[in-house]
Design a protein around this ligand. Sequence first.
Ligand code: NAI
Ligand SMILES: N[C@@H](CC=O)C(=O)O
Ligand code: NA
Length: 816
Amino acid sequence: MKVLKFGGTSVGSAENIKTLLRIVAQEKLQSNPVVVLSAMSGVTNLLTDMAEKAERGEDYDASLKEIEAKHFAVIRTLLPAGAQNPVFTRLKIFFNELEDLLQAVTNLRELSLQTKDQILSYGERCSSFMIAHIAAQQFPEALYVNGAELIKTDNNFGQARVDTELTEMLIKNFYQENKSKVLFVTGFIASNANGRVTTLGRGGSDYTAAVWGAALNAEEIEIWTDVNGMMTADPRIVKKAFSLPELSYTEAMELSYFGAKVIYPPTMIPAFMKKIPIVIKNTFEPDFAGTYIKSDVKTSSLPIKGISSIDHISIINLTGSGMVGKAGFSGRLFSLLSREQINVVLITQSSSEHSITFAVKPTDAGQAIALIKKEFELELDANKLALPEVENNLAVLAIVGENMKHTPGMSGRLFNALGRNGINVRAIAQGSSEYNISVIIGAGDLSKAVNAVHDAFFTDLKRTLNIFCLGTGNIGKTLFNQLKEQMPFLAANNDLQVKVAGISNTRKMIFKAEGLSLDEWESELEKDGETADLAGFVEKMKQMNLPNCVFVDNTAAEAPIEFYQGIFESSISVVTCNKKGNSADFAQYKSFKDTARKFGVDFYYETNVGAGLPIIRTLRELMMSGDKVARIEAILSGTISYIFNNFKGDAGFYETVKEAQELGYTEPDPRDDLNGKDFMRKMLILARDAGYPLEASDVKIDNILPEACLNATSVEDFYTELQKNAAYFEDLKTTAANDGKVLRYIGKLENGTVEISLQMVDDSHPFFMLSGSDNIISFTTDRYKSRPLVVKGPGAGAEVTAAGVFADIINVGSLS
Ligand SMILES: NC(=O)C1=CN([C@@H]2O[C@H](COP(=O)(O)OP(=O)(O)OC[C@H]3O[C@@H](n4cnc5c(N)ncnc54)[C@H](O)[C@@H]3O)[C@@H](O)[C@H]2O)C=CC1
Ligand SMILES: N[C@@H](CC=O)C(=O)O
Ligand code: NA
């Protein structure tokens, strides 16, 4: 035999009640269940509201009408006209009684807890009476049971404690006499020794179900609600949260205690004592298995079962010498709080015993402080205790699971996820049971924290990166196309999800925490975007406080650079193809690196040199493994490489440069390529990464342009000058060709100095054979001494560059 309990939503409308009855009918095929019912959704709140209004002498008629209408609509929909009358009559009697009570409260302007329980009881009585009669249309053995008469409690109105022995006896006897019936029992309500109605407090209907289940030794207790069981985290916060198939009682208690609202822990105790499984099921998806809560759970591969959270909490810090070595101090403190019904959510004490921190609900904080001041007056006066301090706007995040026990690294994983996301931990507690590690953090960080921790523990799920992209030009646009094409693959491989949470160019910017559409971003930016404002973009990115956040700079602008520092300090990683950041002052370059390291975030800029070719990472790996760079020789301008590879035969210089620009090899301003500045930046970045603290002015550059081209004040002018100086370039070409040589613009780093020179090389030179926009780099190092390590391939172009940016993005956080 099973006990089935249906919550407020499940009995909240005619449609839902029909679903409920289908579930009961299905169960009846096995054996007659006991069905415990809540009040229709919203009714308990209305009753409370009415009672309070009556106490203040205010009019409550509208609410009474609303409750009536709610029930009567169901009766009219689900009962044939001929069967409606008895139900209407009984409910009307209920409502008359209720009105009398409210009138009495109005007259006396007094609402005792006892009266309030009496008033609230009508919620469950109405719903259960009505549903039992609707059920009787399908199965005549349906019987309405006023459960208040069978659950006996003390006089603690509002939160009465059950007399288990007496209650079990009454329930057993009643059940024996009515075994052939399907019982529809009011949840939540009970009665004291004098027969006065009491209520069982929060989660009261679940408690009723557990009491009945325990009394009758039910096979299981099913709690039918409107969600798919208990989940790994609050699904409103974590979109990827999933339902847990199984939990132990302890895990369920820990998870529910910290916020999972599906069941209220104390209600499980009667079931727990008798090892009766509790199943959380979804009325609206009855075929979904739901969550089994029982004592003998199978071993699970999940490192933790879930993350629970409380979004509003205050902490109180007590410090002072008065508590050092004083055995009774915390005893006094916490019995004081418990005596005054202040619920302490979490406690930590440093091993020096010099301070105790504990968390309470914000509404209790003021009272707790007042109580402490009174109780410890002497200690405070003698300065053995400092005045207690309260901190508000905090939240608790807890990871829960029995697997944590004996598994090293769990807290490491938790704190790493928090640390990487810049979440400051205010206090920590781990029960020695090791079922739960709780941290207190700022309330504003909660959503980010829960998502980041969920990603860190449930690694089988897709990790989410939230990217904010600056620049929608050649590279930015191509990156979005690649992301769009690659998303299905990443999703199928179940390892990564990249959400574009913000986009800006010089004109407009747009944000969307759930991720912008990679199909529609361009029109959305155009249509819904606000006026671009770089500082505003960065600020909004910080404010959105998303987990695993990456700032992607796909511009060629100076302006974004000044924000990098603050972005790192906000624990946000940076990926960029913009070389301007790393090639400005050395001090700034160093500061970026140091800050990123200090805040545990990544700074990736592979495309600063050789576009997508693995040059920066090759050098980084050489350096990290202790190698030393003796010499670098390289061709790192894709544009100039393309020009020299194609400026032959009849081809003109000007036309070839134009082609390079059209192919997307040049900088937005092609003068930067031709005047060697772009190449200089790359050599400088390489030199710095190789350990040389150089400045731009330290790089010697051979100029390949005539003076007039160098002095051009606009791109247009520049092209005009190129055309005017055609003879100069023709001369270069023929001189080289006559000697059987090719033109090469080659950078060299040796002995800490960098130079870039125009050379004419013959086929004995390793850089002779290049084509297209090829880059080539050879590293001569301690380990690659006699034969250098060489990387070669296309070093410019939108596809290869965007691919390099893409690779950097997906590498963010991948080592954690
Ligand atoms: N083309 C290539 O082969 C390679 C390019 N790169 C780098 O890629 C970067 C981008 O190049 P392209 O896409 O060709 O440039 P682009 O001129 O096509 O696009 C630049 C984008 O940045 C935006 N932008 C500029 N300043 C901004 C600001 N202050 N705030 C917001 N948005 C701003 C512009 O609106 C535009 O959308 C450059 O830094 C370049 O050095 C790096 C490696 C290879
Ligand atoms: N404009 C650059 C592109 C890569 O950084 C080049 O031509 O190499
Ligand atoms: Na590269």
